[in-house]
Design a protein around this ligand. Structure first.
Ligand code: SF4
Length: 311
């Protein structure tokens, strides 16, 4: 398989076929981000021949004669292959609709039972597509795309150079709703800096409550010395929020979200992992967060953050 650098995927895509169609990020400007710094280029599109070769390899590995024999010897049914593909890269949804359509055809050729295709997407990637193209992508199987919106706080988005405003989140997700492409959000606690966490959460809830994400996955900001944000801190332009403040921010978000949505804080950036469906699990999640805030000191939580080698 052609895999370049560290492969990032959401926790809920663990059962999906990972297929590299891009590497890196077309934006490559968010001040806090070091995710793709290890690559020798900012962004690259995989040749279609490489994508097809990977699908052939995956087909052989997942549904080929050896796998069939192994399952038969265990008395199990013939292998079905993955039910979903996840396209790898920071924002494969930036690819032209025609190319995304061709990739979907290739996936279906090798894995006819595969029902849907996900990937990371930027809000600006959606803006590049016409309404008709979005409908065609939905028909081609694109669904459950993951958008790292980070926050609905316009000041934080602008400072971090995310490249879109809260209004764009509303406009573009409405277009996805109309086209029938489901989506998940990533939220980034701490993105607004010290003293602004709860405001950032409240502003985000105001925006998110007008959208229809299936999941909101919350991560916590970790500032790495290689980031542009670290230089801003050294220059005295930005101050990092404390760990307890970040937890209070997440609690505010959980309190203020009034849409039906799965809320999850999974992955290494969160010292404590949690998941539950809102509104039913609201009180449980809030109690859990209150418990962590009262039980652990700032220095305990900070120690956890400082030993993180990467997200
Ligand atoms: S869009 Fe995502 S991957 Fe690209 S720079 Fe921003 S945070 Fe990093």
């Amino acid at each position: 398989m052609h895999f370049t650098g560290t492969i990032w995927r959401p926790p809920y895509e663990s059962g999906s076929l990972l297929l590299e169609v891009t590497a890196g990020c077309t934006h490559h400007r968010c001040k806090f981000c070091t995710l793709y710094d290890g690559l020798p280029f900012p962004f690259r599109m995989s040749p279609l021949e490489d994508i097809e070769a990977d699908l052939q390899e995956a087909q052989l590995y997942q549904t080929g004669p050896l796998e069939r024999l192994s399952l038969r010897m265990q008395g199990l049914d013939a292998p079905q292959g993955p039910r979903r593909a996840f396209l790898v890269g920071a924002n494969p949804f930036v690819l032209k609709a025609e190319r995304l359509g061709r990739i979907a055809e290739l996936v279906r050729t090798y894995f006819p039972q595969s029902g849907s295709i996900g990937c990371f997407a930027r809000i600006t990637d959606i803006a590049l597509k016409t309404d008709q193209e979005l409908v065609r992508l939905a028909q081609a199987g694109y669904d459950g795309i993951t958008i790292g919106v980070e926050t609905g706080d316009g000041d934080a988005l602008a400072f971090m150079d995310k490249g879109y405003a809260p209004e764009d989140i509303l406009i573009q997700t409405r277009r996805l709703d109309e086209a029938g492409i489901g989506y998940h959000f990533f939220y980034l606690a701490g993105i607004a800096g010290a003293g602004r966490g709860r405001e950032s959460a409240a502003r985000s809830a105001e925006v998110f409550n007008q959208t229809h994400p299936r999941r909101i996955g919350s991560s916590m900001l970790t500032v790495f010395p290689e980031s542009r944000l670290y230089q801003e801190i050294l220059a005295g332009n930005w101050t990092e929020a404390g760990e307890r403040e970040k937890l209070e921010e997440v609690r505010t978000l959980v309190e203020k979200l009034d849409i039906p949505v799965i809320f999850a804080a999974l992955g290494a950036s969160n010292a404590v992992n949690m998941e539950g469906r809102l509104p039913e699990a609201r009180n449980v999640l809030i109690s859990l967060l209150n418990g962590v805030i009262s039980r652990y000191s700032e220095s305990d939580l900070r120690r956890y953050r400082e030993q993180l080698p990467h997200l």
